[in-house]
Every structure is written in C-alpha cells, then in structure tokens.
Design a protein around this ligand. Structure first.
Ligand SMILES: *Cc1c(COP(=O)(O)O)cnc(C)c1O
Length: 360
C-alpha cells in the first residue's frame, strides 16, 4: 500500500486511522455479521451509530440544546435552495458574496425571493473579505448569508459580519471542525462533509429550533423542509448511512486529538509553514490578503502560467496530488485540512524550495 500526500480541496484527505478502522469493520461491523452499508437504518445498531455521531458533534462544538443537528443529503449545494425555501418568510435576504459558492447561493436565492448582494469582493478576484462591520442590512431581511471559508480563493472570515440583529446563516463546508466555533452566533450553520469530515453527499445542518417551522415557501417539497428531518431525528427516509458512520469516526478522531482547540493549534502550525515560505519565496506567492488567509485552502502562483503547469506536473510525479488550482482561477492550491499531517506540508515546502532553485 502506498499513500500520496493528497492536497485535494474536496473530496479530501481523511485520517488514516479512520480509514483503517472502517476497513477492519467492513465485512463484520462489531459482530453484526454485516457491513454498516448493508444494515437497516432502523436497526438498534445503526441507531446507536447516528446517535453517538450526533452526541460527539454536539460535545465537540458545545452545541446548545435549542439547536438541532441534522444529517442530510444533497451536499452543500442543496442548502442553497433549502435555506431560502425554509427561512425566507419575508422573501428578503442579504448575501455577502466572497466567492463562487456564496455567489451560487445568492443566485439560487433569487429564485425564491429578493436576494440582496450587500457586499462583495469580486472586484479583486475574491482575494479578500470585505469589511462587514457596518453593512446596509435590509430592515426586512430574513437572514444574512455568508460563506465563511472560501475554498476556491483561500479566504476566511476572521470576524463574523455585524448582522444588526438578523440571523446569520453560514456555509462552513471547508472550515468545519478546523477550529472552535460559537454556534450561538448563527441561526443556521451548515457544511458539506467531504472537505474535512467524511464522504461526499452528507451535509450537516445545525439550526436554531425556532427557525424550524411549517411555514415554508409554497411548493417546498417534504424532503426539503427542515421540520421533516428535525421531527424524525434525520431518519425520515434512509439517510446516507455509511457516510454518517464515517463522520462519526472522524468526530471520535478529533476528540482523541484533543478537540477543536488542539485542531486549531495544529492547523495554525501547519498553515504557518506554508505561508512563511510563500512570504519569503522569490518564485511563489500567495494570492490572498494576509489578514484574510484561510488555514485550510492555500492558493499560490508563480506568476507564469507555464511554470505553474510545470509545477503541478512535477509535484504530482513526486507524490503530491491535486495541487492544481480551481479550474476557474488557475495557479495552485494546497488544501491542508485537519487530516493533512504536518509532514505533508513540510515535504511540500521542501519540494517547492527545490523547484524554486531549479526554475528561478
Ligand atoms: C465544496 C463546497 C460546496 C459544494 O459542496 P457540494 O457538496 O459539492 O454541493 C459549497 N460550499 C463550499 C464552501 C464548498 O467548499
């Protein structure tokens, strides 16, 4: 067996320990004589898996009792519609557009009501987070929407926007469980799990209970109502059962690593190795305003497209996978999620130094 250093933005690297454990349990989950993907989601055994996963997530994030945790399907993108369908009571919402994912959510919301773009960083290719301390929040807005870590551009909100009393809705797909998060600051926070937590398809929604109502937009399908899933503890229909099982293992792994404070420290140390190198390199440079840099996604360029392509090709041959930047922006991007070991980042920097020597 040989594993590469996988810098994919998502689906992304998972802890080897988790993969090994899942492999061990593949044929016979703890004496059941079957795999988790073969068992009824109504069984006692599975009920224990999903309940334990929820309890562990609640404990990691100190989720208060007045918030529901929902394990849903459709990925993060399904939420772009589900959020307005369920929360747009006045049919007005404010969106801060800091990248492709926020833009997609903003565009989707326009189908259901009046979505206002109250700030954007598109003028500089989304390379920064706009000042959100005093934005023109609409008096009748049902919520203010952000994408907290911009996977493609490598920016992250270091302070949450001043929503002037409106509920904050946040997409945390690519920074989920990378550091502590105060759930009480949000009305709804959600993330697709394939960036930092588990297999693609599962999306976790943490939503304050008073936002879960029957009062959804007319025509909202049963499957797209938060209430449907909240009332059934995420077992209204067959959930993405195997994916949730892996998420549960990752929650346990994070606990074992010391929880979210330890995760944050680990991620800061890791990211610093790469950013410090980018700041001193004569060939490579980061593309993001320093104070808005993400700990998870690190885009960088040489300034020469041919050299970028050469770097991607040679890095791949050297065992560093998926360093090519997003197809819409080019350049390179190293995604260094929780499960990327420090050695992986150190090895990447060594490789970049060598490349720089050979190509400057
Ligand atoms: C990857 C990603 C998405 C889309 O996730 P899907 O599960 O493919 O729908 C949305 N938002 C952010 C921030 C992402 O990183």
């Amino acid at each position: 067996m040989s594993r590469v250093y996988n810098f994919s933005a998502g689906p992304a690297v998972l802890p080897e320990e988790v993969l090994r454990e899942a492999a061990d349990e593949m044929m016979d989950y703890r004496g059941c004589g079957m795999s988790v993907m073969e068992m009824s989601h109504r069984s006692k055994v599975y009920d224990d898996i999903i309940k334990t996963a929820e309890a562990d997530l609640r404990s990691l994030l100190s989720i208060p009792n007045n918030y529901k945790v929902l394990f849903l399907q459709g990925g993060a993108s399904q939420q772009f519609a589900m959020i307005p369908m369920n929360l747009m009571k006045n049919k007005v919402a404010d969106y801060i557009v800091t990248g492709q994912w926020a833009k997609k959510a903003y565009q989707e919301a326009q189908i259901y009501g009046k979505a206002n773009k109250i700030a954007s960083s598109e003028d500089k290719t989304f390379s920064y987070i706009p000042d959100c301390s005093d934005l023109p929040i609409s008096p009748d807005a049902d919520y203010v929407y952000i994408c907290e870590n911009n996977t493609i551009y490598g920016t992250k909100y270091k302070t949450l926007p001043n929503t002037k009393g409106k509920d904050l809705v946040s997409d945390v797909s690519s920074c989920f469980l990378s550091e502590p998060m105060d759930v009480t600051k949000y009305g709804l926070v959600y993330g697709g799990v394939q960036k930092n937590i588990g297999p693609a398809g599962v999306v976790i929604v943490i939503i304050r209970e008073d936002l879960i109502t029957e009062d959804t937009l007319p025509g909202t399908p049963t499957m797209l109502k938060y209430k449907t899933h909240a009332d059934a503890d995420s077992l209204y229909n067959t959930p993405p059962a195997y994916g949730i099982y892996i998420c549960g293992k990752v929650f346990k792994w994070i606990q074992k690593m010391g929880g979210l404070d330890a995760m944050k420290q680990h991620n800061e140390e890791k990211a610093k190795i790469l950013y410090d190198f980018l700041d001193e390199s004569v060939l490579f440079k980061g593309t993001v305003r320093r104070e808005d840099r993400s700990l998870m996604n690190v885009p960088f360029i040489t300034g020469n497209e041919e050299l970028d392509a050469k770097f991607v090709k040679e890095s791949k041959a050297a065992g560093f996978e998926n360093l090519k930047g997003h197809r819409t922006v080019g350049g390179m991007r190293a995604s260094i999620y929780n499960a990327m070991p420090t050695e992986g980042v150190k090895a990447l920097v060594e490789f970049m130094k060598k490349f720089e020597m050979e190509n400057k």
